[in-house]
Design a protein around this ligand. Structure first.
Ligand code: NAD
Length: 328
């Protein structure tokens, strides 16, 4: 039985990856410190003999007993509202955490895949973004802590590959959505759906002409799975190239949810990217991968998930409490 360590296991993507690798017959070790994650995302695995949970902060030394075949490093705050509140933890998990995990991969002879992001392209001057675009990032802007942590993460990963011969994979994830996203994490899909469910107006930042492209989680997981098992060690974009303006997307959500509320406009946050669209030519060529779930279908499944939350969860609008995690 192949053994895989998944960090960020109690988060949105990490928990779906745990499910997928268990389904594929792996022994899965999920690691998390719950800073932005929730045990609820993996509680269904608690009694599964092929799953073991390790409560650990990956920025601390990782003492893992036994063999490992693969590591997926997905631990990191991922939404702007999170990394603005915990900027130093965000920098540490991308740098120190990645260093620890690369060291573990080297010691165990394991292949490691790290979760990078479309954010490394910053506010892109090239559209759509191909993997050979170097990006346009403001190092000291509010998003710099996340973007630069991820850029460092890619660099140290390539250095371990070229210098130590560690088998590495780098996925550049574009906006992904689906069940288990946090309703109050500030990302546009949970934000709109939460507002619709609570009978509030939908908030659009700026004039709504900025575009985004959204990838359904099952498609993302399939891309990551194929990349891990491929022999390609350079970064690969995984995302859905179908682009939509935030204004049009708000209208789609109004139709889907049947809300009678309207769209209201607020000031655009600093360094909010105007356009994001992956060029997935490389993923198609080397992984034979492209997204299969269209937006209407994915949004319906996601909305059904948010509808299933309790009243308490729906109205818990205050942000996650990070007290207890802050020890810089
Ligand atoms: N969701 C997306 O659209 C998206 C896009 C680009 C990149 N990514 C990347 O994918 C990964 C997962 O994102 P997500 O959306 O699932 O976010 P998430 O916040 O739901 O999950 C991240 C998980 O990492 C854990 N974590 C954070 N710091 C940790 C630490 N020091 N030690 C142990 N665990 C820690 C959190 O508690 C959480 O469970 C991140 O690396 C993120 O940068 C996600």
């Amino acid at each position: 039985m192949k053994k895989i360590l998944i960090t960020g296991a109690a988060g949105f993507l990490g928990s779906h990856l745990c499910d997928r690798f268990i389904k594929e017959g792996y022994q899965v070790f999920g690691m998390d410190n719950f800073i932005t994650g929730d045990f609820k995302n993996i509680s269904h695995l608690a009694d599964n003999p092929n799953f073991e949970f390790i409560d650990h902060d990956v920025t601390e030394f990782i003492d893992f007993k036994g063999d490992l075949d693969y590591i997926l490093h997905f631990a990191s705050p991922a939404s702007p509202i999170d990394y603005l509140k915990i900027p130093i933890q965000t920098l540490k998990v991308g740098s120190l955490g990645t260093h620890n995990l690369l060291g573990l991969a080297k010691a165990k002879g394991a292949r490691i895949l790290i979760a990078s992001t479309s954010e490394i392209y910053g506010d892109p001057l090239v559209h759509p973004q191909t993997e050979d675009y170097y990006g346009n990032v403001n190092t000291i802007g509010p998003r710099g802590v996340y973007d630069e942590a991820k850029r460092f993460q890619e660099s140290i990963t390539m250095a371990y590959h070229t210098f130590h011969g560690v088998e590495t994979r780098i996925v550049r994830i574009f906006n992904t959505y689906g069940p288990r996203m946090r309703l109050n994490d500030g990302r546009v899909i949970p934000a709109f759906m939460g507002q619709a469910l609570r009978g509030e107006d939908l908030t659009v930042f700026g004039d709504g002409s900025q575009t985004r492209s959204f990838c359904y989680v099952d498609d993302q997981v399939e891309g990551i799975y194929r990349l891990l098992l491929s022999d390609y060690s350079h970064p690969v974009n995984i995302g859905n190239p179908h682009e939509i303006s935030i204004r049009d997307f708000a209208e789609e959500i109004i139709k889907l949810t049947g809300t009678t509320q309207k769209v209201i406009y607020k000031d655009l946050p600093v360094n909010d990217p105007m356009q994001r669209q992956p060029d997935i030519t490389l993923a198609k060529k080397i992984l034979g991968w492209e997204p299969k779930v269209d937006r209407a279908e994915g949004m319906k499944i996601t909305f059904d998930y948010f509808k299933s939350l309790t009243e308490e969860e729906l109205y818990k609008s205050e942000h996650k409490d990070f007290t207890g995690f802050i020890k810089e």
